[in-house]
Write a protein that binds this ligand. Sequence first.
Ligand code: SAM
Length: 254
Amino acid sequence: ADFGFKKVKYEEKQAKVNEVFNNVAEKYDLMNDAMSFGLHRLWKNQFIQDIEPTPGMRLIDVAGGTGDITFRYLNYLKNLNPGHFDNSRDIVATVCDINENMLNVGKDRSINLGFQDKINWKVGNAENLILEKENTYDVYTIAFGIRNCTNLENVLKEAYRVLKPGGRFMCLEFSRTENPVFKRVYDFYSFQMIPVMGYLIAGDWNSYQYLVESIRMFPSQDEFASLISDCGFRLVSYKNLTNGAVAIHSGFKF
Ligand code: SAM
């Protein structure tokens, strides 16, 4: 189905996206667990493992929302070398999101987690990272965020620009499942159930309907990989999780 997102003007789509995340900010983390049956935790942990965080790496987590990816990244580093992590005064990660409400929820969580000194929180648009200099970061992550952006090419070009040579682009996003049986279950669940759950748990049908529609509009694994290559990245690859319901794409700047 074409729900018209391709046809809407840039400002309209971004305004709609902003409204959705304003509505869900407070309940965002709870809803993730409810709707993915906790699977998003496994997907995100796999994503962090694939990044292979090492001390001294500089991370920018774009569309970072309430900071979930960054917190998992920091936890990984802390477990790796607790002494070094606790004693280091360095900022480890920048979380960038267009929505200040999401960032504010994240900031509060970072204090509870003891990560407040390790993170820079910045309001910014993935399509135009005006606060960021080129060749700055070792890793750029975008998790469940890029499908909300209007122009994927702009996002990828900005990712390329802010990464250092040798730096890595990593994207975690809903994708396409090829398994016909799984696809039927998945389609039923997402089209029929997710908006209902959004309504019942968060009192918000439309935001969750948007979520499902935006997943359907996003390019397939191979199409997205080509786009990443077209934007200058090398050694582009992807791997499917849960039958391709979610995919991790990766590419390097040389
Ligand atoms: N990465 C986080 C996670 O995995 O939990 C949050 C993902 S949340 C589904 C999507 C986020 O993308 C929202 O916080 C939203 O505000 C943000 N977003 C949407 N459009 C954006 C844009 N153009 N630039 C930056 N962030 C954007």
